[in-house]
Design a protein around this ligand. Structure first.
Ligand code: ZN
Length: 278
């Protein structure tokens, strides 16, 4: 408990991720020091080759899960019973290559939790492009990417082999942080409502990504809509890639969920949610 709150962080990355900078052990030790009660590692598993999104996936569709398991065991040994640790994954870009993602999952160890997420979109010529690769400060370029991003989210939720949808409205983060462009997702309300409705029907939750303490993804407007649509399956995740951001702003974001009418925060074990009253 921290400041009277049960603290969970269900989105963080270790060096098992191509862009992670700390080991699971370092993250787990930091989490204990920060008073986190329950932490789930969610390293990136991508069916497309990382950062070379247009290269065809390897002929043999397999993922080597052993470094993840080795790091997880080391972290568990280091922190003992001082925190609840869970093993999960962030499954990115699965709508672009679902058959590859499925073969990765066939060989997966028992995971507690998975996030389905989209970081890429298709250009008008059909190439896969990463949102972070957009150099333009022209909002029209970003909106074209958002439209494709939303199409991919729809395909992702139809695929559905994960527990929560990660960081909905992610283009807002990259447009702002990388290029200083403010986007407005209100124009996509119908489509986002559709994605959330479909998720609820399928028993898939959403994440409120606390974005290391910056603007939450999704923010209050969408959290209220999610609740209004009947959604109540939600996790909180910092998306930390380094220990200092673990569990950042979790108390404030729990308060935000409550303000938006949400009553529970979820943690997962073997893909089954436990609801914690907030
Ligand atoms: Zn992500």
């Amino acid at each position: 408990m921290r400041n009277g709150y049960f603290i969970t962080d269900y989105h963080c990355h270790s060096t098992v991720s191509p862009d992670g900078r700390s080991t699971m052990r370092e993250i787990a030790e930091a989490a204990v020091a920060l008073g986190v009660d329950d932490l789930c590692f969610t390293d990136h598993i991508e069916p497309l080759p990382w950062d070379r999104w247009n290269e065809p996936p390897k002929a043999k569709h397999s993922y080597d899960w052993s470094p993840m398991l080795a790091q997880f065991r080391e972290a568990q040994e280091a922190v003992g019973g001082r925190i609840r640790l869970h093993l999960g994954a962030e499954l990115g870009e699965c709508s672009f290559a679902p058959e590859v993602a499925e073969s990765f999952l066939e060989d997966a160890p028992p995971l507690d939790f998975t996030i389905g997420s989209v970081h890429c979109y298709r250009t008008a010529s059909g190439e896969v492009n990463d949102l972070t690769w957009i150099k333009s400060t022209d909002p029209a370029v970003w909106y074209a990417a958002c439209e494709s991003y939303l199409d991919e989210l729809e395909k992702l939720v139809d695929w559905g082999r994960f527990e929560v949808l990660g960081h909905l409205t992610l283009p807002l983060r990259w447009a702002k942080e990388l290029r200083g462009v403010e986007l407005d997702f209100d124009r996509y309300e119908e489509q986002l409502r559709h994605v959330m409705r479909r998720a609820i029907e399928r028993g898939i939750g959403i994440e409120c990504n606390t974005n290391r303490g910056h603007r939450p993804l999704p923010d209050g407007k969408w959290l209220k809509i999610y609740r209004e649509l009947g959604g109540e399956l939600i996790t909180l995740g910092s998306d930390a890639h380094t220990p200092e951001y673990i569990s950042r702003a979790m108390e404030e974001r729990q308060a935000l969920l409550k303000e938006c009418g949400l009553r529970y925060l979820a943690t997962y074990e073997q893909k089954k949610p436990t609801f914690h009253k907030i």
